[in-house]
Design a protein around this ligand. Structure first.
Ligand code: NAD
Length: 259
């Protein structure tokens, strides 16, 4: 992405880097190129080394915190760590989701109670949990953003329980935007087209989805992670100061197509 100074003087945290293909990593590079100071989280010890290696390639030193979003203590500790390192923050990027693999393969009616609740907890409730943690740190207002997918509003084969979690996530974006707006905090979602990442490979038939989108999307191709990063930089910047509670599609136009 072209270097800009759109985020010069802004500080924020990115949740959801797992490897170099992660959407969160493309967003981080875009934000770093735009002049932002970044902090990162990693889900568990297994991912820590990989996230450390990636983060060390950025020009500035970035604090790193453990944060499994199902653990309230880790979310609280993240808030304390950010406060200690940065004092205040300007943006938070929530770029994570999880569902059991078997729930992304079976007929939707076979979804277990446990699998349903797990997908909701990690992929949807976590946005509310981290927004509550971040809001007091956004002393001059701020931007919270999350990643969603069209499977929230259309029945996409095998997306199943994750589609229901994304529907709850998008609704949470609107309720959080309404709640936090008076503090100058904006909350938005980017609905990205399919991208070949670790999480996406858990969805059975994902390669077929990529092929169909490339054939039918108005731009006749799949979206690049850098294009998602561009929207994320815009949403964290003052250029988007009047936008909140929105779902912005970065999907080469696929969502507008009927037959
Ligand atoms: P990814 O596998 O690179 O990232 C998923 C991240 O979720 C990982 O970093 C993982 O550590 C994190 N995570 C899972 N459970 C967690 C937990 N309990 N606590 C903390 N972190 C946890 O895949 P990605 O495709 O970059 O996914 C990022 C986001 O983008 C997800 O919300 C995904 O649904 C969304 N999205 C992806 C696509 C796509 O096609 N790849 C399309 C639209 C939206």
């Amino acid at each position: 992405m072209t270097k800009t100074n759109l985020l010069q003087g802004k500080k924020g945290v990115v949740l959801g880097v797992a490897n170099k293909r992660s959407i969160a990593w493309a967003i981080s590079k875009g934000m770093s190129d735009a002049g932002a100071e970044l902090a990162f989280t990693y889900q568990n010890e297994k991912l820590k080394g990989r996230v450390e290696d990636l983060v060390s390639t950025l020009p500035a030193e970035c604090p790193l915190f453990p944060c499994d979003v199902t653990d309230d203590e880790q979310v609280a500790a993240l808030g304390e760590g950010l406060s200690r390192n940065f004092g205040s923050i300007d943006f938070l990027v929530h770029c994570l989701a999880f569902a059991n693999r078997e729930d992304l393969e079976c007929g939707f009616s076979q979804t277990s109670r446990e699998g349903y609740l797990l997908a909701q907890e990690v992929s949807s409730y976590s946005l509310t949990a981290v927004s509550r943690m971040a809001a007091p740190l956004m002393k001059d207002g701020g931007s919270i953003q999350t990643l969603t997918y069209l499977g929230s509003e259309r029945a996409v084969k095998n997306y199943n329980v994750m589609g229901v979690a994304k529907a709850a996530l998008e609704s949470s974006v609107r309720y959080l935007a309404a709640d936090l707006g008076e503090k100058g905090i904006r909350v938005n979602a980017i609905s990205a087209g399919p991208i070949n990442t670790l999480a996406a490979r858990g969805i059975s038939g994902f390669t077929d989805i990529l092929g169909q989108v490339a054939e039918r999307a108005p731009l006749k191709r799949n979206v690049e992670t850098e294009e998602v990063a561009g929207a994320a930089v815009f949403l964290a910047s003052d250029l988007s100061s009047g936008i909140t509670g929105e779902v912005i599609y970065v999907d080469c136009g696929y969502n507008i197509v009927g037959l």
